[in-house]
Write a protein that binds this ligand. Structure first.
Ligand code: GLN
Ligand code: ZN
Length: 589
């Protein structure tokens, strides 16, 4: 890839030239790759690229920005030795070790853009602490060379608190969205210049104190329970193959069992019902009736299609994280706290501000209602702790893993209640587990360890006959396959067809996987209806690398974004393909 640099540099030269002609005097290059442990080749290429650009850049002030993590020592030395650069920007929130490198050695006469205000979160800055850091840095780089900055672009935080009229006042005082962060940056710069806004700073100090000592943040029982987890392993006592045997007897499933990932189409009518219930336009009874009816429709459809393990379709859920967050303590929700997720898709992440607990069951009513409608196994459907964590704004006053363990304990309570309610198959979605992987390789093992541990906590107490499923939304798991095995789920359903079956290569390479696995047989992101032959062909490819007794047949992901007109024929073909192969396998014996 680096060999392509030679082709890009001339384009950069052109752009720089145009910017210069337009009167631009400062130019910023984003080089977050610096935080990803660049090797010496990459560093060399970097030095060469910027010396190539040197001439074009002359007469302009140039800043190189890095963010999201620490810059490793060697990369820091290479970066800061570049002569043609005017200033360097560092994320001093997620990269606190970089602070030591700066204190140790910062090039004379260069600007330091100190990212002390977190651009990726929604918490108000601790202004007194930041001012301390800045004063120390000023002593190192000089008064006129220090620039106060956010730690990264403000793309990753919500826009403006002013829009949050319904948010609890006290919680609101702990927050800063993009508009407030800019004010913080400005206040810090002014304070450094001797014009400290005392009122603003003291309001900030009180807000920090109120957050620290608020009884709504701390729940001692939760803290104790989470602390007690440390040092133990939390794993179901029987191994997976023995568990699968016990489940086989209990569930009585055919070979190549079929299932779906959870959600069924979210129709306009369904969205209307939820909206009206939320706005109190319809009564609770009416709401329950409407959702029950929907579940019944979905159950009957699955029975008609002859699916083996059913789902209730998730009609009561607007979003797989929000649904749980709304019922857990320690979560707050914004009205307009949108952030970009990918492409043009935006999400409104919940804010985890306090210790997390589950005041009462969250899914039992709907799951047992659904189970009562059928004699086939009904999958309980939960969102896993790591996904809830990774898709929320997380508190910054304790390590992420602590918060994750607390969520895990809450989900564990739910798993136990589902089991008691007679649900024998429980899916705990970890759609976002891989997304949380740190940028620096050296931090992967630690993250995976607590993430996988959190998942196991949720179901370590489950009976052997209770089948625990998990689902993941990505295919590129070749590098974390051992962590996935270590999750110790009985069955994993995973995206596969959208990514041209890359997933299977890991098994081709000989990784032993003994649990049940359902690599998706068709892409739900497309309206296209896959034919029976095409699906059978996919399953055959899987059978070439996986034992037939562990293979499941299911789509890539949930069906909520699709229409019934697409879902029905697609599932029909999926079931036909599974049946075709069952017959072929039986006659081959
Ligand atoms: N159970 C969820 C659904 O089916 C899973 C969604 C996801 O993986 N993103 O919608
Ligand atoms: Zn998915």
């Amino acid at each position: 890839m680096l060999s392509l640099l030679g082709k890009i540099i001339p384009v950069y030269k052109e752009v720089i030239c145009e910017l210069k002609a337009a009167g631009v005097s400062w130019i910023q290059f984003d080089e977050p790759t610096f935080v990803t442990d660049p090797d010496s080749h990459k560093l060399q290429a970097f030095v060469e690229a910027y010396s190539e650009l040197q001439l074009s850049l002359s007469g302009m002030s140039v800043i190189i920005e890095t963010y999201f993590a620490d810059v490793p020592a060697e990369a820091y030395r290479t970066l800061t030795s570049l002569k043609c650069i005017t200033g360097f920007g560092f994320d001093l929130v997620r990269g606190t070790k970089t602070l030591d490198l700066i204190k140790d050695n910062f090039p004379k006469g260069k600007y330091l853009f100190a990212g002390v205000v977190d651009g990726r979160n929604i918490w108000a800055n601790d202004l007194a602490a930041s001012l301390c850091t800045l004063e120390e840095l000023e002593g190192i780089v000089g008064k006129d060379k220090l620039v106060v900055s956010t730690s990264c672009s403000l793309l990753h935080t919500a826009v403006d608190l002013i829009n949050e009229t319904k948010l609890d006042k006290e919680i609101k005082s702990w927050l800063a969205f993009a508009a407030q962060k800019v004010v913080e940056v400005n206040a810090l710069a002014k304070a450094l210049a001797g014009q400290k806004d005392e009122e603003f700073f003291s309001a900030n100090t009180s807000a920090q104190a109120s957050r620290k000592f608020s009884p709504r943040v701390t729940n001692e029982a939760v803290q104790k329970a989470a602390a007690a987890l440390k040092g133990s392993y939390h794993r179901r006592s029987t191994n997976v193959s023995a568990r699968l045997d016990a489940q086989k007897n209990k569930l009585n499933l055919p070979i190549l069992p079929t299932t779906t990932i959870g959600s069924f189409p979210q129709t306009i009518e369904l969205r209307r019902v939820r909206r009206e219930y939320k706005a109190k336009k319809i009564s609770e009874e009416e709401y329950i009736m409407a959702i029950k009816e929907e579940i019944n429709k979905v159950v009957k459809l699955q029975e008609e299609l002859d699916i083996d393990v059913l789902v209730h379709g998730e009609p009561e859920r607007n979003d797989m994280v929000e649904y749980f967050g709304e019922q857990l303590s320690g979560f707050a929700f914004t009205a307009n706290g949108w952030v970009q997720s990918y492409g043009s898709r935006c999400v409104k992440p919940p804010i985890i501000y306090g210790d997390v607990s589950r005041p009462k069951p969250m899914t039992i009513f709907w799951s047992s209602t659904a189970q009562s409608m059928t004699s086939r196994p009904m999958k309980g459907m939960l969102t896993g702790p790591v996904t809830i964590l990774n898709w929320s704004f997380v508190r910054n006053d304790q390590p992420r893993f602590e918060t994750c363990y607390q969520i895990a304990l809450a989900i564990k309570d739910e798993v136990e209640d589902l089991e008691k309610a007679g649900i024998n198959v429980i899916q705990i979605d970890e759609a976002a587990l891989r997304e949380g992987l740190p940028l620096r390789k050296s931090e992967h093992a630690f993250y995976l360890d607590w993430a996988v541990h959190s998942f196991r906590i949720t179901n370590c107490g489950a009976k052997d006959t209770t089948q625990i499923h998990t689902h993941m939304c990505y295919s590129n798991f070749n590098d974390i396959i051992h962590s996935i095995i270590d999750m110790d789920a009985d069955v994993i359903t995973i995206e596969n067809s959208r990514s041209d079956e890359k997933l299977l290569s890991v098994f081709r390479e000989g990784v032993k996987y003994g649990a049940g696995i359902g690599p998706g047989v068709y892409d739900i992101h497309s309206p296209r209806i896959p034919s029976t032959e095409e699906i059978a062909d996919r399953i055959n490819k899987m059978l070439a690398v996986l034992e037939s007794n562990i293979l499941w047949v299911n789509p890539d992901c949930g069906l909520k974004t699709r229409k019934y007109a697409e879902v029905k024929p697609a599932l029909q073909n999926m079931i036909a393909a599974a049946k075709l192969l069952r017959t072929q396998m039986a006659s081959a014996k």
